[in-house]
Design a protein around this ligand. Structure first.
Ligand code: TXA
Ligand code: MG
Length: 317
């Protein structure tokens, strides 16, 4: 099931199969975006509600065309600026959907999320097939995202079909948290999900203020609870608070661990999802995580950690 064979991955996509693709952010579970049956299978495999739209991943050559290869309607000047500055890379733009976008991908919305991923294996696959690849993160809905081929194999064991599907192994994801999502269909633009390209950087590039997401939840990443391991995640503002929480958890007789990577946020992001998975593998019941400061990558990390900890009572009440 795990392979590095791009020709085989292309053949399976052409035959309607699903291919887990490596990207610089996290692994995606991809189908030919114009094959409705294959796209429908993504939702089934992930157990994802069909009203949570999928991002369409594009070849870099399509980003250079006036309508992003037919995937966007009118490309506004702001979208052109961001495409030139950030693609290929960890940025998803919400734009008006073009003629190639099928209903099943967007749940019938007039907008589509587009991204040109930077991972060379996946870029090669995109250029080779000419497909747009509809792909969410390759985990079961609501759970921890995968940053390696092995993570995907564990998560989707038994639901992917050996004869039709494939996991393309491109090594560990370099960034480790999902792309920044910018909605360019509203004025001013909104950040729907923070990522490695900071909110402030988007504002600088567009030379405008950008808003944090508002209105009804439009992205799964905007749900209160997401990215959740089995362990209960408890957040600490600093090491001192973490130590207090640790003592209290030990006192209560629970299996507990502390995760503190605040000294290097790049590594913290790269390892975040592996760290959460490791906690589960080691039978940790309570994982105390020290929050980084809310600047740069720290904003994305705090967002993911807050969602991983949501709806779970903390030991301090
Ligand atoms: O880094 C990433 O973005 C990864 C890699 C695989 O590219 N993909 C990813 O996909 O994180 P997913 O499906 O796990 O998260 C995409 C988010 C979802 O919350 C989805 O609801 C939202 O983007 N989204 C996609 N298209 C949308 C649209 N047209 N309107 C509103 N939200 C949209
Ligand atoms: Mg996801």
């Amino acid at each position: 099931m795990i392979s590095t064979d791009i020709a085989e991955a292309a053949a399976r996509l052409a035959a309607g199969g699903l291919v887990a693709i490596p990207t610089e952010t996290v692994y995606g579970l991809a189908a030919n975006a114009e094959d409705d049956a294959a796209v429908a299978r993504i939702f089934a495999v992930k157990q994802r509600p069909t009203d949570h739209p999928l991002i369409v991943h594009l070849a870099a050559s399509e980003a250079d065309t006036v309508d992003f290869g037919g995937w966007a309607g009118v490309v506004a000047p702001g979208a052109r600026i961001l495409a030139e500055a950030c693609w290929p890379g960890p940025l998803t733009m919400l734009v008006g959907a073009g003629p190639r976008v099928h209903r099943v991908v967007t749940g019938g919305r007039p907008t589509v999320g587009l991204r040109v991923p930077a991972h060379p294996l996946t870029q090669d696959l995109l250029e080779r097939t000419g497909f747009g690849l509809a792909a969410p993160s390759a985990n079961r809905f609501g759970r921890v995202s995968p940053t390696s081929a092995e993570h995907v194999a564990v998560d989707l064991d038994g639901v992917l079909d050996d004869r039709r599907d494939l996991i393309l192994d491109g090594g560990p994801s370099a960034i480790g948290v999902e792309s920044t999502i910018v909605d360019l269909t509203v004025e001013p633009p909104q950040i729907l999900r923070s990522g490695a390209i900071g909110d402030d950087e988007i504002g600088r590039l567009l030379d405008t203020t950008v808003d944090a997401a508002s209105g009804p939840s439009r992205a799964a990443g905007m749900l209160a609870s997401h990215y959740a391991p089995n362990a209960r995640v408890v957040l600490a503002d600093d090491r001192h608070q973490a130590d207090d929480l640790l003592a209290a958890e030990r006192q209560a007789g629970r299996e507990v661990a502390v995760l503190d990577r605040t000294d290097d946020l790049v590594v913290a992001a790269q390892r975040l999802y592996s760290d959460l998975r490791d906690a589960d593998r080691h039978g940790v019941e309570t994982l105390i995580v020290v929050l980084p400061e809310a600047t740069g990558l720290g904003i994305a990390l705090r967002d993911r950690l807050t969602k991983a900890s949501a709806d779970r009572p903390s030991p301090t009440g």
